[in-house]
Design a protein around this ligand. Structure first.
Ligand code: SF4
Length: 400
């Protein structure tokens, strides 16, 4: 790859606060549930294995950026390069250490467990408060072998958890005694790390067997969550991955925001399924709700933030004016683009007869911060599972 292009890609990632280390190939871990199996919806570049010279360039660019107290640099997730477990790069941890040594910035790292426990624990002690280590446990159950046959073993993962480094461990329900048992095991070893749980959502390219396992996990989520609720571990326990739960628990915030938009009865407003159900239940006929399914991602996805302009285009049918939630096109680097990289301007040009207006109140601050405030297992059990209204919410049919 041409060096100018390569360094331009690095600059774009760095602008979005990513540390763009590359393995020079697709992720060799090949997890069955990997959301990068098909990333054709967005443009990515095949970057070569990061060299020492590339790293020098990256660190120089990173050092030029101002340090903000609430900002962390991401290792293990990019916009313009394919996601991989970057800790498979033989120098990744050395470079992370150099980053911590030579800057005053924070780092968030994602890995399925490719870090030596002694070293990462030593770094956590040396740089307190600067490492946010999100360990992707996924599952410690017997399903692990099928889902991630090449990942570190459950025993290796537990060794990493046994120490001060891990900030949060994420793992999911795949059926009876999966998520709840993992919560018990992890909590026994580490009483401080945040337990981040839920289900994995099948997308359209996930194989049928894995999809069935994910759906089984969803069916057992209530009983798994209740077990954890009654066990009441000392760790903070959060559940975040299900948009329908998030939408229901935050219905008052959604309604308040909707009301503040002061829409007319005949206005068309774009939304995905969960928000459609909330508004149909509590604000019927206050506007016209244009339900849009997440066709681009497919499978069981249901999330307004992840709608694409292409998804919306498929549902347009004679409207002259349509309101779009801002959250759909708050792509990185402050550009107005959806998750595919299509800009609002490009989309508008496709439909010159339709007037598109933007609901600025419905932005990523609301969806990422505000709606996450009620993401505790306690909220899910007490205000969703034990609330008869949630059954009515689930029963609201989605338009064809
Ligand atoms: S380690 Fe992460 S990026 Fe690699 S295959 Fe597994 S889920 Fe995908």
């Amino acid at each position: 790859m041409d060096t100018n292009l390569l360094y331009d890609i690095f600059r774009r990632e760095i602008h979005d606060r990513k540390i763009p280390i590359s393995l020079g190939k697709t992720c060799p871990v090949k997890c069955a549930f990997c959301y990068e199996k098909d990333h054709s919806y967005r443009q990515t570049f095949d970057t070569p294995l990061t060299t020492q010279e590339d790293w020098k360039f990256m660190l120089g660019e990173i050092a030029k950026c101002p340090t903000r107290p609430d900002e962390a640099w991401v290792m293990g997730g990019n916009n313009y390069m394919e996601w991989t477990d970057v800790f498979l790069h033989p120098r990744a941890l050395d470079w992370m250490e150099e980053f911590l040594e030579t800057t005053d910035k924070k780092v968030t790292l994602f890995t399925v467990g490719y870090v030596p426990p002694e070293r990462i624990n030593r770094l956590a002690e040396k740089y307190p408060g600067r490492i946010d280590f999100e360990l992707s446990v996924i599952t410690l159950s017997p399903h692990r072998k099928k889902l991630m046959p090449r990942a570190p073993s459950a025993e290796q993962v537990l060794k990493i958890i046994d120490g001060p480094a891990v900030t949060s461990a994420n793992f999911y329900s795949f059926g009876p005694n999966t998520m709840s048992e993992d919560a018990q095991t992890i909590s026994r070893i580490n009483r401080k790390c945040l337990l981040w749980m839920g289900c994995l959502t099948p997308l359209k390219y996930i194989d049928p067997e894995t999809t069935a396992l994910m759906r089984q996990g969803k069916r057992y989520l209530p009983s798994e969550a209740k077990k954890i609720y009654y066990d009441n571990p000392p760790n903070t326990t959060m559940i975040h991955t299900e948009s329908y739960i998030t939408a229901f628990l935050n219905r008052n915030k959604i309604l308040k925001t909707f009301d503040s938009c002061e829409l007319e009865k005949n206005d068309w407003v774009v939304m995905a399924g969960s928000v459609y159900r909330v508004l149909t239940l509590f604000r019927r006929n206050r506007a016209r709700f244009l339900y849009v399914s997440n066709d681009t991602l497919g499978g069981d996805s249901d999330c307004t933030t992840l709608l694409t302009f292409e998804d919306i285009a498929k549902r347009l049918n004679g409207q002259t004016q349509v309101w779009l939630p801002k959250v759909i096109f708050e792509g990185g680097a402050g550009q107005e683009k959806d998750i595919c990289g299509t800009t609002l301007v490009e989309f508008k040009m496709r439909f010159p007869r339709i007037r598109f207006k933007v609901l600025r109140q419905i932005d990523s601050y609301l969806s990422n911060r505000k709606l996450y405030e009620k993401g505790y297992i306690k909220n899910y059990v007490e205000d969703y599972l034990n609330n008869p209204l949630s059954k009515k919410f689930e029963a609201v049919p989605l338009p064809n």
